[in-house]
Design a binder for this molecule. Structure first.
Ligand code: NIG
Ligand code: FE
Length: 411
């Protein structure tokens, strides 16, 4: 395996420090090396430091001159719905005319319309689409994504989506962490309780037995899955050894964050409507919030989650795209950084920690990715700017220069 030496980065954003998710003021400490360098061997980072020290040890390594560029750990997107067929441009236009997400869902658009298209699509078609989106993520500087099922809603169609994810893991350079979200919506023609039974007694055992997912998620929301139903599904998943994530308090403050705490979920995601009681519950149980400002923005709302309160409470905040065709059609973590800073009043440094190291811990991969430190995988992105704050500042323009996964250039 060849060696690489990255030299002369205007800022090498290492995030080196304690081996745990960062909270409070730690989220602002990026451990930046100016004129920084990095030696890479056998897919891993061997050495990080001032450029001249790295250069002395570079030997016959291939040199990557990062002069005038920021170098960052690849972004880690801890919440996406990557596998679906079609798109929702009609919903998009209806929202532009003033209809709400809920109204459009009731009138036959929404998640259900994507479910119908996804059921009709073949494995191969879904894989081809997913590969296209995987390239989009890489082009934005993201090297790992969590990806959920949830547009199948039958035993066979949920398994089909998870098999597509498994195939994607084998074929795409993007690292993918699969999550089972059979409880994304109640499909037509079956009562909510019957569907919950189907998820717990038929889907979960097969997902676990075929090792198709690491996490289980539920859309916990009145009209989708209430607290009792969500608890049943998630505690069932726990018995099968799956870790938990939960779509919580997105449209109403309905107890999702507290349920995440009760079940010791790894993350509670969305949290637009969560109040101080939910925040306190998450803190006491060590649940990580995953905030998704892209969906607030794309739904034309202004009710962003209370990131400042969460950081002040000592929660290890992560931010993610929520990439999906309905509420957040963006793979761009730089766009999410911009929204985090302008709409949630996170500092650029906090947003970087939330989209790299904290996100890595939320996927149980904090020991392997999320920072530029010796022994971690050489997953990193080089950007066409000299100061990391420019990533959140210039918006709507790609600043990616190149992207590496396990030491291989992929963009
Ligand atoms: O995270 N909230 C539920 N699921 C998605 C939306 C999915 C869709 O509209 O297709 C979300 O926002
Ligand atoms: Fe989501």
């Amino acid at each position: 395996m060849k060696s690489l030496a990255v030299l002369h980065a205007s800022q090498l954003i290492t995030l080196s420090g304690p081996k745990r998710p960062r909270v409070g003021a730690e989220m602002s400490e990026l451990a930046i090396i100016r004129d920084g360098g990095m030696l890479i061997r056998n897919n891993r980072i061997e050495l990080v430091g001032p450029s001249d020290a790295i250069e002395r040890k570079a030997g016959n390594a291939e040199i990557i001159d990062a002069r005038g560029h920021v170098v960052l750990p690849g972004f880690i997107d801890a919440h996406t719905h990557l596998v679906f067929a079609g798109n929702r441009i009609d919903d998009f236009e209806r929202r532009a005319r003033g209809e709400t997400y809920e109204q459009i869902a009731k009138a036959g658009g929404g998640i259900w319309s994507t479910v119908e298209k996804t059921r009709a699509a073949s494995d191969l078609d879904l894989l081809a689409q997913a590969k296209k989106y995987a390239k989009w993520f890489l082009r934005c500087g993201t090297t790992t994504v969590e990806a959920k099922s949830g547009y199948g809603l039958t035993v066979d169609d949920e398994l089909k989506i998870l098999r597509v994810l498994r195939q994607l893991i084998q074929e795409a350079p993007l690292e993918v962490v699969p999550t089972f979200l059979g409880a994304h919506a109640v499909p037509r023609g079956i009562s909510p309780d019957e569907y919950v039974d189907l998820v717990t007694s038929e889907m979960l055992p097969r997902v676990a037995q075929q090792k198709l997912a690491e996490f289980c998620d539920v859309f916990c929301e009145p009209g989708y899955f209430d607290i009792v139903q969500s608890r049943k599904i998630l505690s069932g998943a726990k018995k099968f050894g799956l870790k938990l994530r939960i779509h919580a308090d997105q449209l109403s403050n309905s107890g999702g964050a507290k349920l995440a705490a009760e079940l010791e979920a790894t993350t509670a995601d969305h949290l637009e409507q969560t109040d101080e009681h939910g925040i306190a519950a998450m803190k006491s149980a060590g649940v990580q919030p995953v905030l998704l400002p892209g969906s607030v923005y794309a739904l034309g709302s202004s009710g962003y989650p209370h990131a400042r309160e969460m950081i002040a409470a000592g929660l290890a905040v992560a931010i993610a795209t929520d990439f999906n065709p309905g509420s957040s059609p963006t793979p761009s973590m730089p766009m999410i950084l911009a929204l985090a800073c302008t709409q949630m009043k996170m500092s650029p440094a906090e947003a970087i920690t939330a989209s790299t190291l904290n996100a890595a811990y939320s996927l149980n991969r904090g020991d392997k990715i999320g920072s530029l430190e010796a022994d971690k995988l050489a997953n990193f992105a080089i950007f066409d700017c000299e100061d990391y704050r420019e990533l959140a500042y210039w918006f709507g323009i790609p600043q990616t220069h190149s992207v590496y996964v396990k030491g291989e250039r992929v963009v």
